[in-house]
Design a protein around this ligand. Structure first.
Ligand SMILES: [Zn+2]
Length: 76
């Protein structure tokens, strides 16, 4: 009986545990993400200031992107 109950609970959890996946908001990227509004890659961009919260690029994106690439090389 106990085993059966446990089994039923697991079933209902699996069925009711629907996580609303959002998608990366970055232009040109449509990866699914369950983390904030960016995929892993673009979350790094956001942290580095390459994109804003909406996934939009600043006017000096190119300059920042070069700096970001240098930064990544140094970190690796
Ligand atoms: Zn992305």
């Amino acid at each position: 009986m106990a085993t059966k109950l446990k089994h039923q609970q697991q079933d209902s959890q699996a069925g009711g545990n629907v996580v609303a996946l959002s998608r990366c908001t970055t232009q040109g990227c449509n990866k699914k993400t369950d983390l904030l509004t960016f995929c892993n890659e673009h979350y790094e961009w956001f942290k580095f200031g390459l994109i804003n919260k909406k996934g939009e690029r600043p006017t000096d994106f190119d300059k920042k992107f070069i700096a970001f690439q240098k930064h990544k090389k140094q970190a690796a």
